[in-house]
Ligand binder design. Structure first.
Ligand SMILES: Cc1cc2nc3c(=O)[nH]c(=O)nc-3n(C[C@H](O)[C@H](O)[C@H](O)COP(=O)(O)O)c2cc1C
Length: 206
């Protein structure tokens, strides 16, 4: 592959946005990343999008502790500079998050609030999950992503995980079976990401 082709490759992060010690989020995120990769390999043999992952438990940010507002980009703490470099290294994002008490996890809001320009104008979508799919977490997150001037794709996932799907330790008994119905939807998301990442960049006016 030539240098130009390598420069054209877009990087998308699948973000694990639950940090609980017994979280089910990594399993769902790994499945999603794998399915996005295989959908992409099937539709774009030259591989225009590379799917990576970010685990907010590993990023391990404190609560927002920068003295200046993030929109100024004048970060004082090394953890913020490191987070800025990580986010700047990706062209698009797929957040994977549970619904908590009709909202989305505070750890994700905190990670979003730490930065500003780094999110600006980048394509984004997400997968929520909960006993009814997490639509209320989705609605809240959509508002914040618009506030950050991100480009939300047409499609996102709302994954239904009922109590019957869980074992006595609150882990998903058969993750493949629970997630299989969403496979076609993941293909659509890969195509929408590719379109958004390769589209001419029109300015956002809101
Ligand atoms: C603080 C908290 C609040 C929750 N609120 C909801 C909720 O509003 N709706 C829902 O369907 N499930 C709710 N649940 C259940 C979660 O969907 C379930 O625990 C899931 O495993 C959480 O994802 P995680 O394990 O990756 O953190 C809640 C769980 C926690 C820990």
């Amino acid at each position: 592959m030539g240098e130009d082709a390598v420069n054209d490759i877009k990087r998308v992060a699948v973000v694990v946005a639950s940090t609980r010690p017994t979280r089910i989020c990594p399993g769902i995120s790994t499945w999603l990343q794998r399915e996005l990769r295989s959908a992409h390999e099937a539709s774009s043999p030259v591989g225009l999008v590379q799917y990576g992952s970010i685990d907010l438990a590993e990023v391990n940010l404190p609560f927002l502790d920068e003295p200046l507002i993030p929109a100024l980009g004048q970060y004082q703490h090394e953890h913020t500079k490191a987070w800025s470099r990580t986010v700047s290294g990706y062209d698009g994002f797929v957040f994977v998050l549970p619904q908590y008490n009709w909202g989305y996890p505070a750890v994700l809001k905190n990670a979003l609030d730490f930065l500003f320009e780094e999110w600006d104008d980048k394509p984004v979508t997400f997968a929520t999950y909960g006993t009814h799919g997490g639509s209320m977490a989705a609605a809240q997150l959509q508002t914040v992503l618009a506030g950050l001037h991100m480009r939300e794709l047409d499609d996102h996932l709302e994954i239904v995980i009922t109590l019957d799907d869980l074992d006595r330790d609150w882990q998903v008994k058969d993750l493949e079976a629970v997630l299989a119905p969403y496979r076609e939807h993941v293909r659509r998301i890969d195509r929408q990401l590719l379109d958004a990442l390769t589209a001419a960049e029109a300015p956002i006016t809101h």
